[in-house]
Design a binder for this molecule. Sequence first.
Ligand code: ATP
Length: 409
Amino acid sequence: MSQLLDLLTSLTSCLPCLPSSPTLKINSRSLKILRLLGEGGFSYVYLVQSLSSPHELYALKKIRCPFGAESVSLAMKEVEAYKIFGSTPGIIHSVDYSIATERGGGEESKTVYVLLPYYKRGNLQDMINANLVNHSRFPEKKLMGLFLGVCRALRGMHVYEGSTEGEGMVVPGQGKRSGNGVNRGADQDDEQEQGRSLLTEDERVAQARATGGKRRSYAHRDIKPGNIMISDSGSDPILMDLGSVAESPLPITSRSLAIATQDTAAEHSTMPYRAPELFDVKTGTVIDTKVDIWSMGCTLYACLVGKSPFEMRSDETGGSLSICVLSGDWRFPDEGPGAKKKKNKGKGTGPGPAEGGAAQAEEEEGVISEPIREVVRRCLRVEPSERPDIDELIEMVEQVLEVLPEDEV
Ligand SMILES: Nc1ncnc2c1ncn2[C@@H]1O[C@H](COP(=O)(O)OP(=O)(O)OP(=O)(O)O)[C@@H](O)[C@H]1O
């Protein structure tokens, strides 16, 4: 039945609101499904409308849990992450959630529904796609302003200072947490009793040893343009898709933990944006927030060039994407042997004074400013300790914004 609804909704996704649109209830809220917004590995995201206040639109993420308790607990980790960052600026929060149980053919399966604010402007990937279609590019200052917004939102995870909503909610391995006004069903109460954490038991023990049990930070682990929504005003980025969020640092204390971490990354972190240390997780290393800094470098490059640096390079060379990532093999389109050299805007610390002439303007068209290139280079160091941390990255981006000339209107 559930699959039939997905099929029906995806078939009608291009149609405006049908009179017979399916409806569903999330706790006390009755919602009408308008259309499919997108789909991922195990989830569908629908645009829904409140039946009681038709001007209220939401995005409803439906996470199917086909593999029993394990997949339910993964979905609940995502729900938990929405709560943890519920009041962190620049990070999506959930409005409500529920767990539905379906019984059929003697089997029971669960589906987790998460109600999210709807962002009508879409995400950064949509903007990249529009640029590719229109042969246009982001004005650099506007782009770096958006990028700074993403850095600041990410800082809310990397330097987690707690949230009034989230505090007392995550009780690794034990205890209850307080409600947040959400009308939870019996299933949710069961989950509540068990207590939730973003860590598996092995990870929790390893981390407690490494941090002396102190509160830590979080890594998003799937930063990419498709996971950065644009606020309705058009000026603020919103970090979303918290299904991959993991507590950090994570010391890899055993071979089994290394394999589990690598498998989780393979499932949840998008390959062209995934840091090298997650491709080949080694025992004795520590996986931390630097994985996101790598992905930020890939994201900035994709905004400038149209795709991830490693997708670009593996397309160019015909080589494997993972080998390009592991060896840090990437370049800007106008760099390297055989590349058509364009005059670079702003050598060294910043773009130089504007030089006149139509030929000059034409030559400079499509050229990426040197200070922006440098941000990408710093993020894409194969050795995690050589990458800036989030505060250093914010500082770099603020300096770039200071030296960039105003965008032409
Ligand atoms: N709040 C929202 N507002 C508008 N559109 C949304 C919203 N949330 C998700 N979408 C759309 O649905 C798509 C899939 O969402 P999301 O990334 O959360 O799903 P996912 O299953 O985790 O995807 P992935 O496999 O790419 O990680 C997004 O790319 C976006 O187009």
